[in-house]
Design a binder for this molecule. Structure first.
Ligand code: CAA
Length: 484
């Protein structure tokens, strides 16, 4: 089936982005909103997004006018009667979606394909509300829709294969890469991404590290395009909260229970970019004040210590083996275990180098404020970005990254998606520099497995225990995953 006229219901951030994607690909679009005010907001999204592209020289004024000219905006659902495809992008509330799909089923011609952009809700439940369940699929875009190259095509047990094939072909025509998946809460990307974002909020609530430090660690240390709190603000805290709730309902995994902080922010109307304020807003990001600790001597121990010592000595600091102002410990165990063996435990700070730009600095319960400040200054002098955190297994980066990698292994091992699809989904859906299996292999399977063991030992969280497949590959001495 050739799709030429498409409808988009709901013109919020996602719906307007999806309408733009269709119009850019030359399709005629009917955009539907509930009332005139919402319609005006939707028009604003479209005009701003295409306006920015024109300002950057990515579109000529004429191309922009043509794109906008292909979009008709209306408040009348009945205008969708002749559409070949209708994509729904209304809020993540199942009852709303079911009632909309009943209406669309009544309004649209029998061959129209109905698609939901749901992030997590059951496509099967939506399909079952219609008299054409075989022609209902999930078509899940990523924010910002005009930029992110992934589309998840979600089929149910009753989807007609020809419909799935046609929709997948359409994704290609839109310039997107389609990953075909079954109907499970969160599909590939949100199932892996949202628990990580939620966990970041939990770490912040527990005071393991602050907002800016966590964002910095994941962006600069791991090379992700955005830190978790910046991304939560982009996605919308209300959406993230709803998705977490749906994941939890399906899995009963307590890591999927939405962080109480998310609930509080959502209740306060702090939804992220769409409301002007979420984790960020108004206030300036904390500035990094230059050093002021007056440290003159340091000692450094642990694996990798030589390189750090070399950098610090080159910057003019003196390494002494006794009576140092600050003792840096490249940590392999809880830092406090090393600290208690020192004559002055207050001088010890744990260090974990992440990539070649970031140094996580873990102060123990015994570390003095002076030593913590001295360590921060030393890292800056050594050309590293310091990230302050508590002495907890995994510090920030491993605590966030390793469970995500473990989840990806479990997802693959469950047969839900292939390694290639999971890697592509995270690269193209979230702009990650590498997919989870690529990251696992470059970090080293044994290092990830051992890190997970340490996290499990600290938090006793069952989901942190290394996935059996990972454990077995390490035991077998493998350095790669089998591409079946
Ligand atoms: N709408 C349209 N275009 C946009 C845009 C928006 N909201 N934001 C940025 N862009 C465009 C810019 O115009 C620019 O385009 P050109 O290259 O053609 O000039 C391009 O994107 C890059 O933008 P910037 O240079 O301004 O900014 P950047 O390099 O920091 O990239 C980003 C911005 C693309 C958003 C990048 O930070 C990124 O990839 N972030 C990760 C986003 C992500 O993970 N999305 C998935 C969220 S999960 C989800 O959506 C699923 C769900 O169900 C919850």
């Amino acid at each position: 089936m050739a799709f030429e006229r498409v409808g988009v219901v709901g013109l919020g951030t996602m719906g307007a982005g999806i309408a733009e994607v269709f119009a850019r690909a030359g399709l005629r679009v009917i955009g539907v909103e509930a009332d005139a005010e919402a319609l005006a907001r939707g028009r604003g999204h479209l005009e701003r997004s295409t306006g920015r592209a024109a300002d950057k020289g990515r579109l000529t004024a004429q191309e922009r006018a043509e794109i906008l000219g292909r979009v008709t905006l209306t408040t009348a659902r009945e205008d969708l009667r002749d559409a070949d495809l209708v994509v729904e992008a209304i809020p993540e509330i199942l009852d709303y979606k079911i009632s909309l799909f009943r209406d669309l089923d009544r309004i649209c011609k029998p061959e129209t394909v109905l698609a939901t952009n749901t992030s997590s809700l059951s496509v099967t439940a939506v399909a079952a509300a219609t008299g054409r369940p075989g022609r209902v699929v999930g078509l899940h875009f990523f924010n910002p829709a005009p930029v992110m190259r992934l589309v998840e095509v979600v089929s149910t047990v009753v989807s007609e294969p020809a419909v799935v094939r046609d929709v997948t072909e359409l994704a290609g025509r839109l310039g997107k890469t389609a990953v075909s998946v079954g109907d499970r809460a969160g599909f590939v990307v949100n199932r892996l991404l949202l628990p990580y974002l939620n966990h970041a909020a939990v770490l912040m609530e527990q005071g393991v590290a602050g907002r800016d430090d966590i964002d910095l660690a994941m962006k600069q240390g791991v090379g992700l395009p955005m830190g978790p709190f910046t991304l939560l603000d982009l996605i919308g805290l209300d959406t993230a909260y709803e998705v977490m709730g749906v994941l939890f309902d399906e899995t009963r995994d307590r890591r999927h229970a939405p962080a109480p902080l998310l609930r509080e922010l959502v209740t306060a109307g702090l939804l992220g970019r769409k409301s002007g304020r979420g984790f960020y807003g108004e206030e300036q990001a904390r500035s990094c004040a230059p050093g002021r600790s007056g440290v003159i001597s340091f000692d450094v121990a642990g694996q990798g210590a030589q390189e750090l010592a070399r950098r610090l000595a080159a910057a003019g600091f003196k390494q002494v083996s006794e009576g140092a102002d600050v003792v840096l410990r490249l940590a392999d165990r809880p830092v406090v275990e090393h600290a208690v063996r020192l004559p002055d435990p207050a001088t010890m700070v744990g260090v974990h180098l992440v990539g070649d730009r970031v140094a996580e600095l873990a102060a123990t319960v015994l570390t003095s404020g002076d030593a913590a400040r001295a360590a921060t200054d030393l890292m800056k002098v050594a050309g590293l970005t310091p990230v302050a955190c508590k002495d907890r297994a995994g510090f920030v980066v491993d605590a966030l990254l390793l469970p995500y990698l473990n989840d990806a292994v479990r997802m693959y091992d469950s047969g839900y998606a292939s390694i290639g699809d999971i890697d592509a989904a995270m690269r193209l859906g979230c702009g990650y520099p590498a997919g989870p299996f690529e990251m696992l292999e470059s970090l080293g399977l044994a290092r990830v497995r051992d890190g997970l063991r340490a996290l499990y030992a600290e938090y006793r969280e069952p989901a942190f225990a290394p996935a059996p497949l990972l454990d077995q590959l390490v035991t077998a001495g493998a350095s790669e995953f089998p591409r079946r």
